[in-house]
Design a protein around this ligand. Structure first.
Ligand code: UTP
Length: 286
């Protein structure tokens, strides 16, 4: 299976940091956000990844490229740990790129993957959603997909005050973490949300989604929305939702990013102790 990582958005909620720096390159503890998502795909056995970028996002391509000067320098200075890490990032998986020239929405971004994907089901992973879990979140969805041979959407139960920031599913609970999804609505007002089940940025989609994008007009915010295309697919076949196991952070907002940094630093093998010391010291002053 191939994966598509849409990373062409403007990241306005993270300005001014994202004026020149792609949102996906903002680090969480010591790694850019998008690296966590690429590593999640690789851990789930996905080997071909297409990143949808845009004009000012060259740093993403540079990050996953080899850096011969840096490798040479680190080798010379016997900084073996950094050398190995830098080399490994430069050799990660098969990463391909295509540019979305106008930020016309998430659906439009994914539609750029049509030729890369061909006629097979594929994974979509949004780099805003960082998921820390024992088993890679996209791997959990893949398992369900193999079992049901159907599109799978990742779901998370959300408190009412946050639900209007997400696509919301109307769904029937089937078993344990599995739901059948009957429709999805992009960012409904909280009082109109059909459930507390929010769509999170991991999907296994069928290739028919590309034709659905062609039939989808501008949706919420004047953009081509993935939720609208999924809604069309639901009319034609069974679509399931899976409440994945794991802790998710929304690193596309400053508050979510801060939360992710704090929690992830506390359990980090190198920086965990330092982070815990800082929190202990601050505790008395809060
Ligand atoms: P967001 O809704 O978070 O939009 O996109 P954004 O532009 O990145 O950020 P804000 O809202 O301005 O702060 C969700 C995902 O879809 C991608 C983004 O890169 C992000 O991964 N996206 C969005 C595109 O690739 N192209 C688009 O036109 C819109």
């Amino acid at each position: 299976m191939k994966a598509v990582i849409p990373a062409a958005g403007l990241g306005t909620r993270f300005l001014p940091a994202t004026k020149a720096l792609p949102k996906e390159m903002v680090p969480l503890v010591d790694k850019p956000a998008i690296q966590y998502v690429v590593e999640e795909a690789i851990a789930a056995g996905i080997k071909d990844i297409l990143i949808i970028t845009s004009r000012w996002k060259q740093a993403i391509e540079d990050h996953f490229d080899r850096s011969l000067e840096l490798e040479f320098y680190l080798k010379e200075k016997e900084k073996d740990e950094h050398f190995n890490e830098v080399l490994q990032i430069g050799c990660m998986s098969h990463i391909h790129y295509i540019r979305q020239k106008v930020p016309a929405g998430l659906g439009d971004a994914i539609n750029h993957a049509r030729e890369f994907i061909g006629n097979e089901p594929f994974a979509v992973m949004l780099p805003d959603d960082i998921i820390v879990s024992e088993k890679p979140a996209i791997g959990q969805l893949l398992d369900m997909h193999r079992k049901l041979d159907a599109p799978i959407l990742s779901l998370e139960q959300m408190p009412k005050e946050e639900i209007s920031r997400y696509g919301v599913a109307t769904a029937t609970h089937m078993d344990d973490r599995l739901y059948q999804v009957h429709n999805v609505v992009e960012k409904p007002p909280a009082e109109e949300a059909a459930s507390d089940l929010a769509l999170i940025g991991r999907y296994i989609l069928p290739p028919e989604i590309f034709d659905a994008f062609d039939r989808t007009g501008e949706g919420h915010g004047g953009e081509i929305q993935l939720s609208d295309a999924i809604d069309m697919i639901i009319e034609e076949r069974d679509v399931y939702g899976y409440r994945f196991e794991g802790r998710r952070f929304d690193s596309g907002t400053v508050t979510g990013w801060l939360e992710a940094n704090i929690e992830m630093a506390l359990t980090h093998p190198t920086y965990g102790q330092g982070a815990r010391d800082v929190i202990k010291r601050l505790n008395g002053t809060l």
